[in-house]
Design a protein around this ligand. Structure first.
Ligand SMILES: C[S@@+](CC[C@H](N)C(=O)[O-])C[C@H]1O[C@@H](n2cnc3c(N)ncnc32)[C@H](O)[C@@H]1O
Length: 216
């Protein structure tokens, strides 16, 4: 048990210490198989994906619509969405190893390798809901171009639900980018709320809900 805890903390520490796409690729290739059990451990109690799915389900009027789970990882958000009645969910992630685990959930329609630091290889205005949990964190993905790309691929009046780790919401430029998208009348900010991220570790994330109202 002690060895398991040390390993788990080492992987989490590496996640927080990631500086590049290459760091993330190496880390998640090693972590994919134990990611779910490590983060379900009481010392972590990683609730962000479940709260993100719950938030999306609360705010959508179209649960049967098309959903993109960006940075889907092993599929925790997709599974929670499916339990809530979602039927058509696409996933996108940088890590082939994480996507392999996501594929085994059986809840995703398409799963693609994709880099959220670049334009998303999806057409404009196709998704009713875009979710992104746990991926706006240290050394992973920044607000630009990802948030604007989420708006681009979302249908008018569709919603975007993203978690941003509390300590980078302002310092990482996420708040400023949301305000810019709102000033450009591309989105309406429906809700911004601090919620639990890892209950076991006591950290929190900003959960932002945007409604697309204009075209990118
Ligand atoms: C903490 S995990 C979150 C996964 C899942 N959404 C969850 O909540 O369990 C972060 C995910 O971001 C992905 N990621 C990191 N950098 C990325 C990038 N540039 N583009 C797409 N995904 C990325 C990782 O591969 C990993 O699956």
């Amino acid at each position: 048990m002690a060895t398991q805890t040390v390993t788990e903390n080492a992987l989490l520490a590496r996640a927080r210490a990631s500086h590049s796409k290459e760091d993330c690729q190496t880390l998640y290739a090693e972590w994919a198989d134990t990611y779910n059990s490590d983060l379900a451990d009481a010392s972590q109690d990683y609730v962000a994906p479940f709260l993100a799915a719950e938030t999306a389900l609360e705010h959508t009027t179209n649960v049967k619509g098309l959903i993109l789970d960006a940075g889907c990882g092993t599929g925790l958000v997709g599974e929670a969405l499916a339990r809530g009645g979602a039927v058509t969910i696409d996933g996108l992630d940088l890590s082939p190893a994480m996507l392999r685990v996501a594929r085994n959930t059986g809840v995703y329609r398409d799963l693609d390798i994709g880099d959220l630091t670049q334009p998303i290889e999806k057409p404009d205005e196709v998704y009713d809901i875009v979710t992104c949990a746990g991926t706006f964190t240290h050394g992973h993905v920044g607000p630009v171009p990802a948030l604007r790309e989420f708006v681009r691929v979302t249908k008018t009046h569709g919603i975007i639900v993203a978690t941003i780790l509390e300590d980078i919401w302002v310092s990482g430029g996420f708040k400023a980018e949301v305000e810019l998208l709102e000033a450009e009348r591309l989105v309406k900010v429906v809700n911004v709320e601090l919620k639990d991220y890892r209950r076991g570790a006591g950290d929190k994330a900003t959960f932002v809900v945007l409604e697309k109202v204009g075209s990118v």
